[in-house]
Write a new protein. Sequence first.
Length: 440
Amino acid sequence: MKIHSNPSIQTVYSKLVAKQVKLAVIGLGYVGLPVVLEFGKHFDVVGYDINKSKVEQMKEGVDPNNEIRPKEFEGKSISFTNDINDLSDARFFVIAVPTPVSRFNVPDLSPLQNASKALSKILKPGDIVVYESTVYPGCTEEDCVPILEKGSGLKLGTDFEVGYSPERINPGDKVHTLANTVKIVSGSSENSLEIIAEVYERIIDAGVHRAPSIKVAEAAKIVENTQRDLNIALMNELSMIFDKVGVNTLDVIEAASTKWNFLKFYPGLVGGHCIGVDPYYLTHKSIELGYTPEIILSGRKVNDNLGRHVAKKAIMMISTQGKSISNAKVLVMGITFKENVSDIRNSKVVDVIKELESYGIQVDVSDPYANQTELNQEYGISITEKLRTDYDCIILAVKHDKFQGITEAYLQSISDGKGALIDIKSLFMGQMKEMDYWTL
């Protein structure tokens, strides 16, 4: 790693502390907004997003994602904008835009590329740019830096520096927060690494881990979620096997977990913007380099097909009751990608719904957190305001706190006959006495 001697870069940290220059965060979603609010405790910060309506909400102290309380906006040195030129006074930039995949599971770098292009127009000698978006190893230096150089006319290492610090924010998690989770940092030179580390140490109580290179930091983030994806895939496959054997998967897990080295993972739908997406970034890069991964793609196949498995189980339960599939009505409870959040990105509950609808089944959706407008725009799905009283099957798909306490009597009151319940999250396990019941 090179040692950089550019004096303007070396003084960035001291100027940030003295509030002589600003820190800017580009992308104010589930990752960027918490970062802005933490940095705003210590530095003059500008938060930028292309979505004007969301920016206006943040100016009023409102989180569009309903993750952060209004009082968290108070007492911070922060301005919000959708005009990239308002970032001209900043010297330290954090890019935290989404990195999704296409419907063919190919990495979509357009948000990252567009953010880099916009930033390049105002990039100045001595600036430092840190990427937090999840990418494959090599993306920062091979895909993003050339865009910064071309648009700015500046040269990495001579005029500006870059770093990579993968986000580790878990939406809806109030225990593992940004401040108490160790932050991985990396830089394009030894000096930039130290400056980046010092900046993040101001907001990360748990401390930072200095990775030896940007590629190592990029790979570490991918590995975190790929490992979890594979472990869940194993449990999902075991669940399918145990269903045929006739034993309950959770009973098996509880028995196996009595051994000290058993890893306690559970089966379930794997969606969202991280675990269900990140492995495809790694496999894409791997295939590009001439190696086709087998284990990672096998795990992805298992997890991507679980929605279809759940839907077919519902069809089987309805059929067993002697009812017509083409006239069946199913209620799906929960459509966000995980409990107690409004995030619907890459929700695998949608796979269950689409599979049921392909058989002509009428599907209603109930979710106290999902945003109706976003749901309609993203998937063409509407929240059902008034529930029926004759559902042939009910699918508990997301373990929202607001679903806690629902009784069998209530579920039967909206069911046709004694009712059938598919409990993906095992929320009602052991509580159903009359309804047909199945869980993963």
